[in-house]
Design a protein around this ligand. Structure first.
Ligand SMILES: Cc1cc2nc3c(=O)[nH]c(=O)nc-3n(C[C@H](O)[C@H](O)[C@H](O)COP(=O)(O)OP(=O)(O)OC[C@H]3O[C@@H](n4cnc5c(N)ncnc54)[C@H](O)[C@@H]3O)c2cc1C
Length: 468
């Protein structure tokens, strides 16, 4: 091991080869602090060439590699196992914005760029990079691409996959593939780019990407509607889409229980409704004409929804501060949930038309098996993505409830499968769900995935134990 580490030091400099417990600790524990792995070192190369040289050394010495960006992933994909044999390859020093092309509407960035910095660079060029999620101040674009992250604007702009035109990748053998093409049309064979996106670092290391930019909207407007049921929320979605078409950029469902939790744990935060309601929807419009145009569209939708008795009440934000306050409410749900205690989380996606039935059926199944379990249901309804989380019954401790995690997961995931959904909508598989997917993916699909892995990484050195 000493020979290997000394060779690494000669490639990237001793200060970028971290081995002490103190230096490596932040790279070895996951964001939610559920698991701590071990590594023989954390390596922090400065550029693609240094990274490729390290990968060749790992091949020579048969050292497993765990790629890592901002370490905000939620499925233990970027954390090594506890054998201590692997190195963590941290991409955070590859953080340059290489090129912005406002005419081609593209930006070329290195993998370790923090998402927030890419949004700012796009905005400085008079453009929008629409990927946005609560971890945007810490997560990197390499991690976003590798997990095909979703976030709050998928409804209009798609997942990270849809926002990427080209990639630069270091292969598991240490070769560099330059696929940094800023093309919207390129039918010249297998799409290698799409292979690496969402691969969770198991097929190679993404070192740079060409991303799509968009015109900045002239106005962004947020509204909050109170309703009775998720089915009414789906009818509101159809109504809004038919009137606002692609101007609708956000459509988030929050159950009344989520709102109660936020009120309880953040007493200064209040929704501006006189009464409590069973469900709430946050709507966001991004308009390319004007603030007045956006306001008129939103008011039209709300009055039509009131007339059709789809909603019971609604408010439209009158200022950026009011819009921010509504989004803050949405983003405080996970924090309120954590303050309430541990709960069993599911990041699932369901065909949008089946969501109402999914929630009704699965809530009932859980109540049968775990009477009193409290449902913390919220999420990106417009994308068919629910954070369908289950908190312990009031009379039970979260510790004893967590012991039932496998059974709770089984009830929820089986129901997701029966409704034609996916057990991981946007967080990925990582180490956390790799046995769970075996139950829901066909043998043919698993075998195809294993064949790809075997062809590209025959020594199984690239993020072993993750995804497959
Ligand atoms: C508060 C919070 C909110 C979140 N909200 C959302 C959300 O709304 N939508 C959503 O989709 N996700 C969300 N996430 C999870 C999301 O997956 C991550 O935040 C983000 O996409 C991961 O980026 P990262 O740089 O932190 O990657 P890491 O956590 O470092 O890594 C994630 C995975 O990608 C691999 N990887 C990282 N960089 C590279 C690279 N350059 N090349 C190859 N593989 C690589 C790792 O090995 C690992 O498997 C949230 C997380 C938090 C903590």
């Amino acid at each position: 091991m000493d020979t290997f580490l000394n060779a690494c030091r000669s490639v990237i400099g001793a200060t970028h080869v971290l081995t002490s417990a103190e230096d490596t600790a932040p790279y070895l524990t996951d964001w939610r602090r559920r698991y701590t792995g071990k590594a023989c070192a954390v390596l922090k190369p400065a550029d693609t060439q240094e990274l490729a040289a390290l990968v060749r050394l790992c091949n020579e010495h048969k050292v497993p590699m765990v790629p890592q960006g901002g370490n905000t992933g939620l499925v233990l994909g970027g954390i090594p196992d506890d054998s201590g044999k692997a190195v963590v390859l941290s991409l955070t020093r590859l953080n340059s914005i290489r090129h912005t092309d406002p005419v081609n509407n593209t930006i070329t960035v290195e993998a370790g760029c923090i998402l927030k910095n890419i949004q700012t660079a796009a905005s400085d060029a008079g453009r929008l990079f629409p990927l946005s999620l609560a971890a945007e101040g810490s997560c990197t674009i390499g991690g976003n691409l590798s997990t095909n992250a979703g976030g709050t604007a998928v409804l209009r702009y798609g997942n990270t996959r849809e926002l990427c035109l080209g990639l630069e990748v270091v292969t598991p053998q240490g070769d560099i593939w330059n696929g940094l093409r800023g093309l919207r049309k390129d039918n010249t064979g297998y799409d290698l780019r799409d292979l690496y996106i969402g691969a969770e670092g198991t097929l190679g290391l993404i070192t740079a990407a060409v991303l799509k930019l968009f015109p900045q909207p002239k106005a962004q407007l947020t509204a909050l509607a109170a309703l009775r049921t998720p089915d009414d929320a789906l009818r509101l979605l159809s109504l809004t889409q038919s009137y606002c078409v692609s101007s609708l950029t956000g459509f988030e469902l929050m159950s009344g229980f989520c709102i109660k939790l936020v009120n309880q744990h953040f007493p200064s935060m209040r929704l501006p409704f006189a009464e409590e309601h069973a469900q709430y929807v946050l709507l966001e419009l991004s308009d390319n004409e004007s603030e007045e145009h956006a306001q008129a569209m939103l008011e039209h939708v709300i009055s039509a929804a009131l007339q059709q008795d789809l909603i019971q009440d609604a408010i439209v934000a009158r200022s950026i501060a009011q819009s921010q306050a509504i989004w803050d409410f949405r983003e405080h749900i996970p924090l309120a949930q954590a303050a309430e205690g541990k709960n069993i989380k599911h990041d699932v996606s369901i065909p949008i038309s089946h969501i109402g039935d999914f929630i009704r059926t699965t809530d009932a199944l859980l109540q049968q098996s775990f009477p009193g379990a409290r449902m913390v249901t919220f999420g990106h309804l417009g994308d068919g993505n629910l954070h369908y989380n289950v908190a312990h019954p009031e009379q039970e401790t979260d510790k004893s409830f967590l012991q039932k995690q496998t059974t709770v997961n089984r009830v929820v995931h089986d129901s997701v499968h029966q409704h034609g959904g996916s057990i991981s909508a946007e967080h990925g598989i990582g180490a956390l769900k790799r046995t769970e997917i075996l139950r829901y993916k066909s043998d043919v699909e698993m075998q195809l995935m294993r064949s790809i892995k075997q062809a590209l990484d025959p020594l199984n050195l690239m993020n072993p134990g993750k995804l497959l």
